[in-house]
Design a protein. Structure first.
Length: 317
């Protein structure tokens, strides 16, 4: 196979693309891929997130199994080099291993968590993405690799400060997300000591720790995520729990407006896309998919709101 390549380091020094065209006639040269990877790793420390996609593209174009395995190894090595730009600046703040990290090149800060079961990280990613889809302020998360270990990283909320439960109870940002919290079974949304929601420098409230949503408890134990019922609509109003101290008192009209927004905004195609982006697979993915779609229908029926028809059988598109 004849192999062509083009260098696409832009004049400003940003490493944006590195496309290699593989023809069907001749053999592949290992040395080319090593040189390509060397170029990428040289730029990685400055341009990790832009370069990572390219390595994946090169690897996907290699049809030879042996070379494909080699490229996978080179990509992992480059990722580890890139993540060395992350400097840990605090110890863990919650129940899961992790801490605050700073990117020494960009000065951006992330709270990074290492879950024993990485499906919990995927579940947190799904919850955050659904909050974002609904326009509810929550952590912006992505997957990363720190010293060879997979993790989930949440971007810093600028100027974040803790708030007392009285302020949470008065906040429209917080109260208007109750139906979404119950829908996601996010039992720990406010935190045991009201520390899972913070106020940003512009006064907005952010849900920053959503690892206890969907099929997981905050500390990692499994929990039921029924597609046929949402007991959280009642349980999370119980004054014996921190969520009840914040959300009790919401009127039926307020709840119905939130329900209408949820079923109007979140569609089956969105659920499928978000689960796919999370990397969740197998039985766990199906439990979450079925739960999210079933609960969407439950909310529609419970609050008598009328969006597009919801059919679990149409989930795969």
């Amino acid at each position: 196979m004849a192999l062509e390549s083009q260098n696409f380091i832009e004049s400003g020094g940003i490493f944006t693309e590195h496309k290699n065209k593989i023809s069907k006639e001749n053999g592949l040269e290992n040395s080319f891929f090593k040189k390509a990877a060397d170029k990428i790793t040289q730029e990685f420390k400055k341009h990790f997130f832009k370069s990572k996609d390219h390595l994946e593209q090169i690897s996907s174009e290699v049809q030879d199994l042996e070379l494909s395995v080699e490229m996978d190894g080179l990509r992992e090595e480059a990722e580890q080099i890139a993540e060395s730009t992350l400097n840990k600046i605090s110890e863990q703040l919650g129940t899961n291993r992790g801490g605050w990290y700073e990117n020494t090149d960009t000065n951006e800060k992330y709270y990074i968590k290492f879950y024993e079961n990485f499906d919990q990280a995927r579940a947190e990613f799904i919850a955050n993405a659904i909050y974002d889809k609904l326009g509810i302020n929550a952590a912006k998360s992505k997957f990363t690799n720190v010293e060879g270990e997979h993790a989930i990283a949440s971007s810093e909320v600028l100027g974040a400060e803790g708030v007392y439960h009285d302020e949470l109870k008065q906040s429209a940002d917080v109260k208007n997300g109750f139906i979404a919290d119950a829908y996601l079974a996010n039992w720990d949304v406010v935190g045991l000591v009201y520390d899972n929601i913070v106020k940003s420098s512009d006064g907005k409230m952010y849900r920053i720790d959503n690892g206890g949503a969907l099929t997981f408890r905050a500390q990692g134990q499994a929990k039921e995520f029924s597609p046929n019922d949402i007991p959280e609509l009642e349980n999370m109003m119980n004054l014996d729990y921190p969520t009840g101290q914040v959300f009790s008192g919401l009127s039926m009209q307020e709840l119905k407006l939130q329900a209408q927004h949820l079923v109007d905004t979140l569609k089956q195609k969105d659920i499928n896309k978000i689960i796919a982006e999370s990397g969740m697979e197998g039985d766990q993915a199906e439990i979450i998919r079925e739960g999210l779609i079933g609960r969407l229908k439950f909310i529609q029926e419970q609050f008598k709101v009328s969006p597009a028809e919801i059919k679990y059988s149409e989930q795969v598109q």
